[in-house]
Design a protein around this ligand. Structure first.
Ligand code: TYD
Length: 132
């Protein structure tokens, strides 16, 4: 349903650095990066699946919880380290909760923003994955 990817932290006396290369460290070429920050901890985001888009998300600061749903089962993962991220594969319904006030959630995607790639209705999602 999703994969956890842990990156080496290149630390020295000056501090820490994490590098992420498309096709090498994450399983696709990176075409877009966006980030979510300043989220009210009471708010939830996501609530959609993508028809084709492949994504990878990481909290570079703070924490949040991602719930993955393949139509049959749900799994959740807490992102709370700047060197551990998760894939958000196509056709996986996802929701994000419990953003810490300082959370900066960075997402790498393999395509530009296309609204027609979104499935925002859960019943439509279940139909498309053949569970209703
Ligand atoms: P939205 O998809 O609702 O965010 P989330 O799934 O995290 O809850 O996006 C919020 C707004 O930002 C919406 O108007 C679409 C716009 N947007 C872009 O213009 N480009 C992007 O790459 C993304 C992800 C969103």
């Amino acid at each position: 349903m999703y994969k956890v990817i842990k990156f080496p932290v290149r630390g020295d006396a000056r501090g820490s650095l994490v590098a992420i290369e498309g096709l090498k460290d994450i399983p696709f070429e990176i075409k877009r990066v966006y980030y979510i920050f300043g989220t009210d901890p009471k708010e939830a985001r996501g609530f959609h699946a993508h028809k084709e888009l492949e994504q990878f998300g990481i909290c570079v600061k703070g924490s949040c919880e991602v719930v993955f749903d393949d139509g049959k089962k749900k799994e959740s993962f807490k992102l709370d380290a700047p060197h551990v991220g998760v894939t958000i594969p196509k056709m996986i319904w996802h929701e994000m909760y419990n953003f810490s006030e300082d959370c900066v959630f960075v997402v790498f995607a393999n395509d530009i923003y296309r609204e027609n790639d979104y499935i925002r209705n859960y019943d439509e999602y279940l139909k498309r994955v053949n569970y209703v």
